[in-house]
Ligand binder design. Sequence first.
Ligand code: GLC
Length: 430
Amino acid sequence: MRLLKNLIKYSLLTVCSFSATAGCSSPVGSSRAASTRTIVFKHGKIFGDSGPLKTLLREFEVNNPGVSVLDEELPSSTDEQHQFYVINLQGESASFDVFALDVIWISEFARAGWLRNLSDSLPVAAREDFFSATIDAVTYREQIYALPWVIGAGLLYYRKDLLEKYGFAPPQSWTDVVAAASQITAKESNLHGFVWQGKQYEGLVCNSLEYLWTFGGKVIEDGHSVINSKENINALKMMRSMIYDFHITPEFVTTLTEEPSRRLFGAGRALFMRNWPYAWSLFEQTSSPVYNKVGVTTIPRGPAGESYATLGGWHLGVNKYSRSPELAQKLARFLTSAYAAKKLALGTGHEPTRRSLYKDPELLRKHPFKRKLKDIFEKARPRPVTPYYMMISQVMQREFSAAISRIKTPQHALVDAHDQIEHILAIEKQ
Ligand code: GLC
């Protein structure tokens, strides 16, 4: 085991020194050579303008003389990032100090002992301002292991110009989506009805849960799987029908992640799209082919009568193996401060985790859309908060994908998912 750990450490060191010389990381300031300490900040690819983040990091350097921050990007896929961190942290790598964690990994990483306890940076009184689901996600055994940074929830984007042209109101239910998309795509050439994230990865779970919940289904209740239900079968049937019965979703949806679907919609090639809030700021750019033609609303309702969006987001943790943990914590604190959150919200379209910023006049003037978001974030549903989430997700990714690609019937997929999830929950109880 020790030999394996050392081997991993060695190979990581080699990869890191290679990538540093290959230039995959960018020193933020120009004074790197003169500085005495370097903090590495790792996060997924930033869609949209990364300028405001770089400016903040530079500001941190100016306020902390002798410190330089290396800003390193990983691929955008959450699953790939997860894999990177698990391999590196298992190898006790100190090659990064502060990192952005998907909301679903925090309890897993905290339980593994890979995160520094940051409770002293978020005293109980200060937690009130944050969306409560976010605080739940960063808490493990009553201690805080990541500072809330960016929040997200599923949204339905629509082409308001096309809905108006054909006399449709923004859809409120899945059946409204089907009706408008079927009729409008029959008349508009080269237009897909509805695109979403259907590739076998975490994004598919986020999309599918919105169907499950709006159909009245659940995944886990009282520590047991309740995934194999009539409601969930109907939910998966609806997803499948979007593709093969109503023909409003292209079959290649099973290859789509966030960005490819956002690009299709952004090029004017789709009527509806399910995506996260980040897409909005990109459509708001005057150079966008859909500038001024896009509306956004809540996830459609299903037979259960309510709209449910999956809660997303990224929060900043400090690597337990960091050689500069205090400084790293200081950077995480700075990047999650109200000051930094506002700068990122104004310039990058990063949605703040602090409720008070949704009352900020300057922010609301620049992005009136944020007014709608606060309520959506308050109600967004978290994926199960458990150290075993990724194991459960792997099952859902596989089984939901099999159902929407017609490899299994929805019922067959859910029977299989149920058995595997029960097995994982039994391990959790041991
Ligand atoms: C977004 C969400 C994240 C989710 C991911 C799925 O990045 O913020 O929570 O896991 O999408 O692709």
